[in-house]
Design a protein around this ligand. Structure first.
Ligand code: ATP
Ligand code: MG
Ligand code: MG
Ligand code: MG
Length: 565
């Protein structure tokens, strides 16, 4: 490829709308352009990178026995009604109607579609296990599409679904995917960690891990043990959906008279507090919604209070002790004194993302903290649960103090169990002829998000530093002059040689100053640059520069191609 022919509009200025480095650099290096909020076009270089990540994902899925399919983006409402998710999925789902007023959605995920396929095609245990995957656009009307490809409304996901005869089979499939994910993210050159996570809106009973790329811009907070392999998303919690959902519904009934606060700014305004002070004392911060509840064990429940005992917990919504008891899941009267852990103020200083409701139940001076995510019913129901995931506390496995880091969720593996197969009737007959629901798992990789995450971990002040396996081209040739015929000839020869060796090479043949070409090469982040200039060429040499290490060396022009190889 010749840069003169390439659509690669680079920008010198940092675009104002881009908050995080990957977004800035993808725009500046001409990899993507925005079409609408959270919706992007991939330009040629951006698409090459994406295809490389896809290829790695595809290989690792195939090695584990995955079979690639392609499911529709447009999905009929009926299937989602059957699974019960049409009504609960909420505003994140893009919905549309056809000319006959039939309802559809743009698939945010594909459990319904694939389970429908399997119920039609699988009859016998002999057809299982099955691992089916696709690499496909997904649509989610995210409340806050932002950070470029990191949180899009249209994005690319690899989703695999496993169908097994029993739990033991699911364990095998799960482990296969877990291992495949480790290989995928290692091959992409990323520093990542699998972390124990909570079950989330997708439901299901089994375990789940998220794969987190560690980066300061990450939206997730994870804790990990520096000495063993323990790591968890701080949201990780015990899941008792029904109890909590019922209690939550009741609590919400009772809370109608209390102020609803949707953003940190609103909350700070409402409380007449400086925003920074508020964030410091924030118990839980949702995506961009804040609900805090401090309930005291006594009867003074109907005024807004600032409570200093917990280092400044705030009450924005108030409930009765009965509601608290329900929320806590303990019988009436049992919300008694609970020992206050020494380090509770530490919890108060932690932002625990994605928690929309937090309840702090209290009895006089003694406090018990519970967090609830009402949509999913996830509950942190014991102080102990919280304590195990607090940085600085005892690793539950080996006792070493845990550390905290920010993470970008690039993938998740999930044991679904029989939730969808039961709801949609995806059954098979076992060895004895008994009809059984398939035991399912689902496994997602954010392909486009991985591209962004790779940049968050690999950049410097000059631009991106692509890990070789996902670089758009391995090597760029920069002739210092396009007028000097010796330079041009040597460049063209090298260009041919490198291509013959199977190296992905791009030639910056533009009639531009060398400085401009160097800036662009560093910005786009090609791992290797070869500069061909008349001075070094006089000694039969060209300059080889590694983008990552930054060091340059002179190599003989005759051996340059072999050196690159
Ligand atoms: P998040 O917590 O960031 O909203 P999720 O848990 O909702 O992600 P999953 O349903 O687990 O996402 O989807 C599988 C993968 O798809 C995620 O691990 C992530 O890498 C990717 N993904 C999810 N939402 C987006 C998005 N809006 N933009 C880009 N990638 C996404
Ligand atoms: Mg999400
Ligand atoms: Mg998530
Ligand atoms: Mg997830």
């Amino acid at each position: 490829m010749r840069v003169s022919q390439l659509l690669n509009p680079t920008l010198r200025e940092v675009p104002a709308e881009a908050e995080v480095i990957s977004h800035q650099l993808m725009l500046r290096s001409g990899l993507i352009r925005k079409s609408a909020a959270g919706v992007y076009t991939y330009l040629p270089l951006g698409l090459r990178i994406l295809k490389k990540i896809e290829a790695i994902v595809r290989q690792e899925m195939d090695v584990k026995g995955g079979q690639e399919v392609l499911m529709p983006i447009m999905q009929p409402a009926e299937l989602w009604q059957e699974s019960g998710r049409w009504d609960v999925y909420g505003e994140e789902m893009f919905r549309l109607k056809d000319r006959h007023q039939r309802e559809f959605c743009l698939g945010p995920t594909h459990e319904e579609i694939i389970t429908d396929l399997i119920r039609g095609e699988v009859r016998s245990y002999k057809q299982l296990p099955l691992l089916l995957y696709q690499i496909q656009n997904k649509y989610r009307d995210e409340r806050r599409p932002r950070f470029g490809l990191m949180r899009g409304r249209e994005f690319i996901m690899k989703d695999l679904y496993s169908f097994d005869r029993d739990e033991a089979g699911l364990d095998v499939s799960y482990q296969k995917m877990y291992d495949a994910y480790c290989r995928i993210f290692s091959r992409c050159g990323l520093a990542y960690r699998p972390v124990e996570a909570d079950a989330g809106a997708i439901g299901g009973t089994g375990g789940t891990h998220e794969f987190m790329v560690l980066a300061d811009s990450g939206e997730n907070s994870v804790v990990y043990c520096p000495d063993c392999d323990y790591a968890a998303n701080v949201e990780k919690a015990e899941c008792k959906p029904q109890v909590v959902n019922d209690a939550m519904a009741e609590a919400e009934q009772q809370l109608v008279h209390t102020p609803k606060v949707k953003t940190i700014e609103e909350a700070a305004d409402f409380l007449k507090l400086p925003k920074t002070a508020f964030i410091k004392s924030l118990l839980y911060q949702g995506d961009d919604k804040v609900f805090l509840v401090l309930v005291r064990g006594d009867r003074e429940l109907n005024e807004i209070k600032l409570n200093n005992a917990l280092g400044g917990f705030l009450s924005l919504q108030l409930a009765s002790p009965e509601v608290v008891q329900k929320l806590l899941g303990c019988p009436p009267g049992s919300v008694g004194p609970v020992e206050l852990p020494e380090n509770l103020p530490v919890i108060a200083d932690q932002e625990i993302p994605l928690m929309e409701h937090a309840v702090c139940g209290a009895n006089k001076e003694d406090y018990h903290i519970v967090g609830i995510q009402p949509k999913t019913g996830i509950r942190l129901n014991q102080v102990h649960d919280l304590r195990t995931i607090i940085p600085g506390e005892a690793c539950p496995k080996c006792g070493t103090p845990l550390k905290e880091a920010r993470g970008i969720e690039v993938g998740q593996v999930f044991k679904l169990g029989t939730k969808y197969s039961k709801a949609l009737g995806a059954t098979f007959s076992d060895e004895n002829g008994a009809e059984k629901p398939c035991v399912m798992g689902c496994y997602g990789v954010g392909v486009s998000r991985t591209m962004a995450a790779a940049i968050e971990q690999n950049y410097d002040e000059m631009g991106i530093i692509w890990p070789i396996p996902i670089a758009p081209y391995h090597c760029i040739l920069v002739p210092v002059s396009t007028k000097d015929s010796e330079v041009v000839e040597a460049t063209e020869r090298l260009y041919q040689e490198l291509q013959n060796l199977g190296i992905e090479v791009i030639l910056d043949d533009r009639d531009e100053r060398a400085g401009v070409k160097f800036k662009d090469a560093d910005l786009v982040g090609y791992p290797l640059r070869i500069t061909i200039g008349s001075k070094t060429l006089a000694n039969g040499q060209v300059e080889l520069k590694e983008r990552k290490a930054g060091d340059t060396r002179l190599v003989s022009v005759a051996e340059a191609a072999q050196q690159v190889k």
